[in-house]
Design a protein around this ligand. Structure first.
Ligand SMILES: Cc1ncc(COP(=O)(O)O)c(C=O)c1O
Length: 491
């Protein structure tokens, strides 16, 4: 293969060159460079974008069996992220997470996972037939959020389950808190167990030395990384980074191929190629600007009466609060006596500001490569106005976060998922094996997952959460009055 460097974009450049030749296309997509598309959409997104909305014809390589420009682009990504292999995903980090789990686990194999996993982890567990062993995340009772898992929690789980086929951790968390990932990797490797990282919120880490270690820098074996979230590529695009040793890259490729559409979007793939170039060549400078903006925002928010912004003071409190990505602004509003959900609505309706997420006590704002000083000024000014309206006008909210008791797993989640089920009133589910999930936010820890036995304590906890006004979700019945249980399976 010819030598390429990080300033090159083999996939994007190859695609543009192909489009410029303006070939007569007797292949899909049937909109044929936009000509067959509804004119209002064509006019809005532009003919140039449509001209490169192509698929895997011979000159453009194939994500399922890369040997040309996609292979070159993936090799450059591997070099940039410090991986042995990088695989592009057009199925988001969700698809990459499912692939990681299916790579290390077959039916019946144990995998250690935090209890507060993203739903894609559960999908990976159901599809692979793995047996999840849950580790409790570190709960922050001040903010009402969950952080990562501690080194001690991983050690305990490995002691109890030395036959585990993998350890999966979320690093950093949505709120930017990183655990001692290097410590976790060293520990797991000393027991012969690979480490898989849900790095949905960490694509930028390895491009700036003031940020927590990335999964690859920490020596992890696989990392599912959302380039689209914080790295500047189009929505849906992620990367699966792999280190050789414990993991067979050929198997990763085969599994990704099983999970991926055969009509991969070249617009999406090309955006990964240029995002990698930008991160590799200008990442430090761009991320530095984001870090400085976020630090200023954090300082100014700290001056606003009734607000607290999660900051470096959290670092060092435990091995699950080991480091912090300062570009995440988790703003706690409990002292104002309003919920984060209300603040989100006020920001939207009165200030035309959209936040990343909100819960009962916090809003989360992300500062990334695209933000400006004016954006931050607008946020700080709006928060100042909201504080003036509510601070000391209402009693402060008290954080009510409890840890649900982890139920007994009676059946593999996969078995419960595929079992014959019936729907029963929730109180009658006691002693039955549940076939769906019930989660509560905050702190985002599932109360029940498929295959678990519903105990009275789980139902009491659920009732308390509903009465406290916490958002409970997951069941097919949005009112959570009825629940799906496995037919004929009782305690
Ligand atoms: C912790 C975590 N993991 C995985 C994902 C899935 O990422 P994607 O939306 O790229 O599929 C998310 C999405 O928000 C997430 O927050």
């Amino acid at each position: 293969m010819r030598t390429v460097n990080q300033h090159e974009t083999p996939l994007f450049t190859g695609l543009v060159r192909h489009a410029e030749r303006n070939p007569i296309q007797f292949h899909i997509p049937g909109h044929k460079k936009g000509a067959g598309m509804a004119p209002e959409f064509r006019a809005y997104i532009g003919e140039r974008a449509l001209a490169i909305d192509l698929i895997n014809i011979a000159p453009l390589d194939d994500l399922h069996n890369p040997h040309g420009i996609i292979r070159e682009a993936q090799a450059l990504a591997a070099e940039a992220f410090g991986a042995d292999h990088s695989f592009f995903s057009v199925q988001g980090t969700s698809g990459a997470i499912i692939a990681m789990i299916m790579t290390v686990c077959g039916p019946g194999d144990k995998i250690l996972v935090p209890r507060n996993v993203h739903k894609s982890v559960l999908t990976g567990i159901v599809l692979s037939g793995a047996l999840p062993i849950f580790m409790n995340p570190d709960l922050d009772y001040e903010l009402g959020i969950a952080h990562g898992v501690s080194l001690e929690a991983v050690r305990h789980a490995l002691d109890q389950h030395p036959d585990a086929k993998g350890v999966l951790v979320i690093n950093p968390t949505y709120y930017g808190v990183a655990a001692d990932l290097k410590g976790i990797v060293e520990l797991a490797h000393s027991r012969g167990v690979p480490v898989l990282v849900d790095e949905a919120h960490g694509v930028h880490l390895c491009f700036h030395d003031e940020l927590p270690l990335s999964a690859m820098q920490a020596g992890a074996d696989m990392a599912a990384t959302s380039v689209h979230k914080l790295g500047g590529s189009l929505t849906q695009t992620s990367i699966l980074n792999v280190r050789e040793g414990f993991i067979n890259p050929g198997r990763v490729q085969a599994i990704l191929s099983m999970l991926t559409t055969t009509s991969t979007s070249y617009l999406l793939l090309a955006s990964l190629d240029v995002a990698r170039k930008q991160l590799a060549t200008r990442g430090r400078e761009l991320i530095d600007r984001a870090v400085r903006l976020a630090e200023r925002a954090r300082r100014e928010i700290a001056e606003i009466p009734g607000l607290y912004c999660l900051g470096p003071d959290v670092v060092g409190q435990s091995s699950s609060r080991f480091d912090l990505d300062p570009t995440k602004l988790c703003i706690n509003v409990k002292e104002l006596g309003v919920t984060g959900v209300e603040v989100e609505a006020i920001l939207r309706e009165e200030f035309n500001i959209e936040v990343e997420l909100s819960d009962l006590y916090n809003i989360l704002c992300i500062i990334s490569l695209g933000d400006t000083a004016e954006d931050v000024d607008a946020l700080v000014a709006a928060l100042g106005e909201i504080s003036r309206r509510f601070y000391r006008q209402r009693p402060a909210n008290v954080v009510k976060v409890k840890v649900p008791v982890t139920p007994i797993l009676a059946m593999h989640p996969r078995t419960a998922f595929y079992a014959e089920t019936e729907v029963v009133p929730i109180r009658e589910a006691e002693g039955r094996v549940i076939a769906e999930s019930i989660m509560v936010y905050p702190p985002g820890i599932p109360i029940l997952l498929p295959g678990e036995i519903v105990a009275e304590e789980n139902l009491d906890y659920l009732e308390e959460c509903i009465q406290a006004g916490l958002p409970v979700q997951g069941t097919e019945d949005p009112e959570i009055r009825m629940v799906k249980v496995v037919k004929d399976a009782h305690r």
